[in-house]
Structure formats: structure tokens, C-alpha cells
Design a protein around this ligand. Structure first.
Ligand code: AVJ
Ligand code: FE
Length: 387
């Protein structure tokens, strides 16, 4: 656990970074919600602020004055035990509170947090809640970037977000197979630095001999899959994946566009020619699985990934694994509303491991378990093969 002073620095750094991400937006970009999964940037800024107000300030600061009593209604995401909320699909229908109001709300709460952390001696448990609040905001920083990409990348004019953002780092090395021998491996978070509840409960798993690639699948490899007609070959797909491909007319990864016969990709730098050597991105679990089938290979389980991660470079793409997002054997939900943070989503989702070019610094770890429904593609998702 860090000292209160370090925690305050961490808090300040985190709050400033969300605002830096949004500094490249126009006011109109902050408000829209093109699909249910994508939230308005304005909502992310308010929601991460509400989290500190609801879970730190309101229960612990004497005579704390809420900035506005409607904040919880507008910015509560999914905490049923906290109270009523705007339904998710309506987040983009709110022109008020305004963007300027949200920034005032942020300043008000940041200032109150600053005073609280500076002047009160707070318990270890409460420091833990502040720490979760900061990591929570970092998760929303990644969502801010991917939601901004969705908002701008589904605009027919393909506006650029920021010409400095690098989303396609080349893996400048040869593909090789890393061999791991069968045996008992320990998984889960064993240190006393921060992790989420879903990584806790170190336990042993038995792994058979396997090989895992040192390299992510590239765009060039995925073009071969497309050109081989794999999107039209029913035998490569799960039943659900095949329905998804056909009912959505899927023919390529998300953000890929053919312009004058050549593949292009919308990036946060605008619409660019696809870079063949860059790691594949914006695919669903269904596509990851079908690609592995087509190669005669498979995806690693989350435990195979964790046991081998020290031998390969990772962090540019969230990597779909073959594992279902389930509780570890000794998983227990934290008490109270924060028990709703992760545990209630442990059904019908897949685990992704690693991090991506949109993940904030000091946020991920080798034991980090990200999770999404199998059809979702707007995160920077890719794949690493195993056999
Ligand atoms: C871990 C990225 C799936 O998007 O709901 C944000 C992150 N949790 N607020 C999500 C999260 C609470 C979470 N993911
Ligand atoms: Fe959240």
C-alpha cells in the first residue's frame, strides 16, 4: 500500500490524464452515444467523478455537500444497490448537464478529494477505495479512447482525433514458438500492490505441454484469411459466430475499409493505408477463433497465457483467450456496492489478457483479467496463437 502522499499524487496524475485525453475533442464530440456500448465522453468524465463522490466523500467526509444531488442518477453506471439511474441507452440523449458543468463537477470533487487526502489520516481500507477509484478512472481512460475512436471512426468524414497517438507499433522480430512443459503452475496475483478482486485467490492449475507464439497475428496474415474466403466457410465458425457474421454482413475487421481496391484502416490519426506488418486489431472472439481454426491452431487459455507471458512481449493488443470469464476457486465479492464491480459480470464473457496501446500507464499486470462479450470489436483486440 502506498503512503497517503503517494496516493494523492496518483489521484492527481489520474484526474489530469482523463482531461488530457479529452483536450483534443470538440464540445459536440462529448455528447453522442452512437451505440449502447459506447458512452459519451462527457459521461465518462462525470461517472469517474461520481465514483469518488459516492464511495469516498459522501460516506467519509463530515457534512460533505454534494455538488448536485442529481449526479448519482445521471452518472451511476450499473450499481443497482446504490439507486436509480439513467438507462444506459439514454446516456447520449442528455444535452444537459453540459460539458462545462461536468468540468466544474470534476474540479469540485477533485478539490474535495485533495483536501481530504491532505488533511485527514485515513484508514488502509479507505485508501484502498481511493486506489480502486484511480484504477477505475484508468479503465475509463481506455474506454474514452476507444469510444472516441468509435464516435469519430463512424463519422463518414473520418475526422482525426490526434496526430500523436500511435496505435500500430510494428513487431520487429521473427515469429517463433515458445515451448512450455507440462506441469503445475500457480496463477493469480501474489503481490501486495494493487489488483482487482477477480485476480485474487492464487491457485494452481495443471497445464499440458503447449507452444505459444512470441508474436501477435498481423494484418497481413488476416488478409490471407479473408482472401481464402474464410468469412464464407461455415466450417470454421461457431454457430453463434456464423449467425453474427451473416446477420451483420461481416467481411473484415472493424474499421477496415476498401478504398480504390486497397485496404485502409480508420485510426485515431484518421483513415490510413493498412500497415500489413502491424498487429491485427478490432476483431471479435468469433473471428479470433475462426482464424485459429483456419490455421489448424488454437487460442491459448488465460492460464497458458499467464504461465508464458514472461517469454514474449505483450501490451499492444488485448488478446482474446479461450477462457470463459469465471470466478477463481476462492473468489469472494467485496462487501457492499463495490461487490458489483466485477463479480456480477462473470457469465457469458471471454477473458482477454495483456493490455493495449490505449491502456493507461501503470494499469495492467500479468494477472490482469479483462473481459468482454465475444462479438465486441471496438476495443484494441487482437490474437496470439497457441498449439
Ligand atoms: C473491465 C473494461 C470490462 O468496461 O465495464 C469500468 C471496466 N468497470 N467501470 C467495463 C469498468 C467499471 C470494465 N471492463
Ligand atoms: Fe465505471
Amino acid at each position: 500500500m502506498q503512503s497517503q502522499e503517494q496516493l494523492l499524487d496518483f489521484f492527481n496524475e489520474t484526474r489530469a490524464h482523463s482531461e488530457l485525453i479529452c483536450s483534443f475533442l470538440e464540445t459536440e464530440d462529448y455528447v453522442v452515444q452512437p451505440i449502447e456500448d459506447v458512452s459519451p465522453p462527457k459521461w465518462h468524465l462525470g461517472h469517474t467523478t461520481w465514483f469518488f463522490e459516492e464511495f469516498v466523500l459522501k460516506p467519509n467526509v463530515n457534512n460533505y455537500q454534494l455538488f448536485d444531488e442529481n449526479s448519482a442518477y445521471v452518472f451511476n453506471s450499473y450499481y443497482e444497490s446504490v439507486g436509480d439511474k439513467v438507462i444506459r441507452t439514454n446516456r447520449g440523449n442528455l444535452s444537459r448537464p453540459t460539458v462545462a458543468w461536468v468540468y466544474e463537477y470534476r474540479n469540485y470533487v477533485s478539490k474535495a478529494m485533495h483536501e481530504f487526502l491532505k488533511n485527514e489520516k485515513i484508514s488502509d481500507d479507505l485508501c484502498g477505495v481511493v486506489e480502486i477509484g484511480c484504477h477505475h478512472e484508468k479503465q475509463h481512460q481506455e474506454l474514452l479512447l476507444t469510444d472516441i475512436k468509435y464516435i469519430l471512426g463512424n463519422n463518414p468524414l473520418f475526422p482525426e482525433y490526434n496526430d500523436q497517438f500511435r496505435e500500430n507499433p510494428i513487431q520487429d522480430f521473427k515469429q517463433e514458438w515458445i515451448s512450455i512443459s507440462e506441469g503445475v503452475y500457480e496463477v493469480g496475483h501474489k503481490f501486495d500492490d494493487f489488483c482487482y478482486d477477480n485476480e485474487q485467490g492464487v491457485h494452481k492449475v495443471y497445464l499440458n505441454d503447449y507452444k505459444i507464439s512470441n508474436k501477435l497475428v498481423t494484418n497481413a496474415e488476416f488478409i490471407e484469411f479473408i482472401e481464402a474466403g474464410a468469412y464464407k466457410d461455415v466450417l470454421l465458425w461457431h454457430a453463434e459466430g456464423w449467425d453474427w457474421v451473416n446477420s451483420n454482413n461481416i467481411e473484415a475487421p472493424f474499421y477496415w475499409h476498401k478504398v480504390d481496391g486497397e485496404w485502409h484502416q480508420y485510426t485515431l490519426n484518421g483513415l490510413k493505408k493498412l500497415i500489413p506488418e502491424a498487429p491485427l486489431s478490432h476483431i471479435s472472439y468469433y473471428e479470433a477463433f475462426a482464424f485459429a481454426q483456419w490455421k489448424g491452431l488454437r487460442l491459448p487459455t488465460e492460464f497458458e497465457w499467464e504461465a508464458a507471458q514472461q517469454y514474449f512481449k505483450w501490451g499492444d493488443r488485448w488478446e482474446w483467450t479461450e477462457s470463459a470469464y469465471s470466478p477463481y476457486p476462492n473468489y469472494t465479492k467485496p462487501e457492499g456496492a463495490l461487490g458489483e464491480y466485477n463479480g456480477k459480470f462473470m457469465v457469458n464473457q471471454k477473458v482477454l489478457r495483456g493490455a493495449s496501446v490505449a491502456t493507461s500507464k501503470n494499469h495492467t499486470r500479468p494477472t490482469y483479467r479483462n473481459f468482454f462479450h465475444p462479438h465486441l470489436r471496438w476495443q484494441f483486440t487482437g490474437l496470439r496463437l497457441a498449439k
